[in-house]
Design a protein around this ligand. Structure first.
Ligand SMILES: [Fe+2]
Length: 222
């Protein structure tokens, strides 16, 4: 459990989009992940998924390889093996899934400008080998370099959000799962209960929510 000096939604939303990868993870994630080819899927009730293919070297091999010490989950299919996929489970669970682990990040409010980040790694039996841990260094000594990159700007974003100049955040396609989440949160609260200036316009209609997403029919048609 890691204390962060920002609102829980700032921390969670930073992990609910692939837009930040090039700038925040320039040396870590970006060389392994093709962020421009990401696909978002919106599920009912605010859940979402992002898939982005892994980068390949000149021989066509994936740059990112399975850590040799981690056991493989044999039944995971091609997407899980070749892409980064991240699932958002409404309201506070974000997790990549792969053929070696299911490592959830959980975001817990702890005041208007503080939260906790809870990290888990669920993995197959590791026997006598090192305990698999996707998110921390030396079994909880510190956050992993990638998670430090993901969380270190939270306190400064919090300051921006608190400033008089802050009017909102424009979101790109790569961040559309955040928008989907907020649309659903507004509907749960009851749109009429939210002051007009604080509402999220309901622009992602049910025709884009799985399985209505027109791409599903296109794929089925071959
Ligand atoms: Fe990140």
């Amino acid at each position: 459990m890691w204390p962060l000096n920002c609102n829980w939604k700032i921390a969670m939303e930073a992990n609910t989009e692939v837009y930040h990868v090039r700038s925040i993870h320039a040396q870590t994630v970006s060389p392994m992940l093709d962020d421009r080819r990401n696909v978002n899927t919106f599920y009912p009730n605010g859940h979402g998924r992002m898939v982005a293919p892994g980068r390949r070297n000149e021989n066509g091999e994936l740059v990112r390889q399975r850590p040799p010490e981690m056991a493989e989950i044999e039944t995971v299919g091609e997407i899980g093996r070749t892409c980064t996929q991240s699932y958002g489970i409404f309201p506070n669970w974000v997790s990549p899934l792969s053929h070696v682990a299911l490592p959830p990040l959980l975001f817990w409010p702890n005041g208007i400008n503080k939260c906790f980040l809870e990290t888990w790694t669920l993995a197959p039996d590791w026997g006598d080998g090192p305990k698999p841990d996707v998110w921390t260094v030396n079994d909880g000594e510190s956050l992993s370099p990638v998670l430090i990159e993901d969380t270190e700007f939270g306190q400064w974003i919090q300051k921006s959000v608190e400033s008089y100049g802050f009017r909102g955040v424009p979101l790109s396609y790569q961040e559309a799962r955040i928008y989907h989440w907020n649309q659903h949160a507004d509907r749960m609260i009851g749109i009429e209960n939210i002051p007009e200036e604080l509402r999220v316009a309901q622009v992602i209609g049910p025709e884009w929510v799985y399985p209505n997403d027109p791409r599903v029919a296109l794929i089925a048609a071959g």
